[in-house]
Design a protein around this ligand. Sequence first.
Ligand code: PMV
Length: 347
Amino acid sequence: MMATVVASAPGKVHLIGEHSVVYGEPAIIAAISLRCTVSATRSESMRIWGRELHQTLEATPREWATSLEQACAIHRSCMQSKNFRPLFDLMKKKPMNLPLVASALVLEKLSVRTGANIKIRSDIPIGSGLGSSAALAVSMAKALSTAYCYELSSDEINRIAFEIEQFNHGTPSGGDNSTCCLGGLIWFEKRPPVNIIRQVEGAIPGNLSNFLLVQTRKREKKTGQLLQIVRDLPEDFRVVRVKILGRVTGEMFGALGRKDAATIKRLMNEAQQVLAELRVSTVEIDQLTEAIRRIGGGAKLSGAGGGGFVICFHEDRKRLEETIRGMGYSPCEVQLGVKGVRLEASA
Ligand code: PMV
């Protein structure tokens, strides 16, 4: 009997710096206590099951290799045209979806030409700004490589996860997969070929306990499509705002270190204003963040936007919770700064 390997990786939340991080500005991102778990058993062909997949995906080695080749070719041409719509259309086609391309890419990197029985379980809401795809990419790379007896370093897992993220998002920064892989609180700057990634837990104020997450409407667009909205804005308009977000993120790092609540709130609100100008907020997010601003708090969308989660902060947690409930939402309790990818079991 082949051994089954189980690996899990956390989701993430952007304290600040989403979108601008894609253009080389910094972001501060925390790993959260919601995880994606992948179990993998070596097999002659590929069989992938997951609650969100609605059907079991099956592919022979030749089929998964062809799917991967096709995705790589389209990704290359999209990189040239800077228009990723053909890639997103392709990824929507069955069975060309993320779990299949992700598992194919991992096996291809390991020069394995067979497959695996894979089960995916995730408590990270999909497409809501909490890094569900990055956590899947990281846990898939860890589970499959371990099932095939490779001991990849965190750097190697992270690099493979980044390549997987490119199929889903076109031009991701690499911040999500780095946080899901390494865990903790991350200062991230996209600087290819070697990104700046620093674990900065020391700057967490009181375990980030006065931050609350709120889930607004499920978003209709994927991260890649929201990135495309920002990319399609007039360059001058975008560049100015990206720079502001970079400056605000730098100031946030100092404010977190000083536990300076007033500045943390002001910077969150400033970031939300700029993200709205970049067209990635929604009416619901604008209304919720405005209500929190009115009680003297800070709130902003988190991740790509277009719906999904909002991150809120107020020293008076009770008042913050009441305001969130008063707007018809439930505050979501998650721990920030948790451990990154890990093996759960191997039997
Ligand atoms: O919404 P998510 O979880 O996919 O986060 C996207 C974060 C962005 O900064 C918008 C993109 C990126 O790759 O950093």
